[in-house]
Design a protein around this ligand. Structure first.
Ligand SMILES: [Zn+2]
Length: 154
């Protein structure tokens, strides 16, 4: 990995291990980050056995916190692995990047944290308005959901 890629990773995802930023595209309104995991394999969530047998890969598009007035989208390539354990009920599984996002989410954990904070402070319509001012367009129900989720975990 070259120095620029290492610096980008350290700048953009300092707390995330095993991820590499492959490219950054910037235009007037948007920043697109292309990234992927750097590990050779992943542990099956069903049995815990590590696999390096890649079945396929696909792109996830995750909204991230804005930067310098631009919206940021993380284009993350994730791999699907074959589980090599014949006793495991899972035949394939998708790698997970701890601290970056969660299953079925469209936001990074960084953006989710910001939305949760806004939701806790304002909730509902007021939270949605503040998020819009900050350039994070989310629905009122998303803001209310973030508020309820955060309140239930504290
Ligand atoms: Zn397994």
């Amino acid at each position: 990995m070259d120095d620029v890629a290492l610096q980008l990773k350290a700048l953009l995802f300092p707390a995330i291990a095993d991820i590499a930023v492959r490219s950054v595209d910037v235009d007037v309104e948007n920043v697109r980050l292309d990234a992927q995991c750097t590990t050779a394999g992943a542990a099956c969530p069903g049995c815990g056995v590590c696999s390096t047998r890649v079945h396929s890969s696909y792109l996830r598009f995750l909204a991230d916190a804005r930067s310098a007035g631009r919206s940021v989208v993380l284009q993350l390539r994730v791999r699907r692995f074959r589980c090599g354990n014949t006793k495991c009920p899972r035949r394939t599984f998708v790698e997970r990047v701890s601290g970056l996002t969660r299953r079925h989410r469209r936001h990074t954990e960084r953006l989710r944290s910001i939305l949760t904070t806004v939701g806790l402070a304002l909730a509902g319509r007021a939270g949605g308005r503040l998020a819009a001012v900050l350039g994070m367009s989310v629905s009122r129900s998303t803001m209310s959901t973030a508020h309820v989720r955060a309140a239930s975990t504290t």
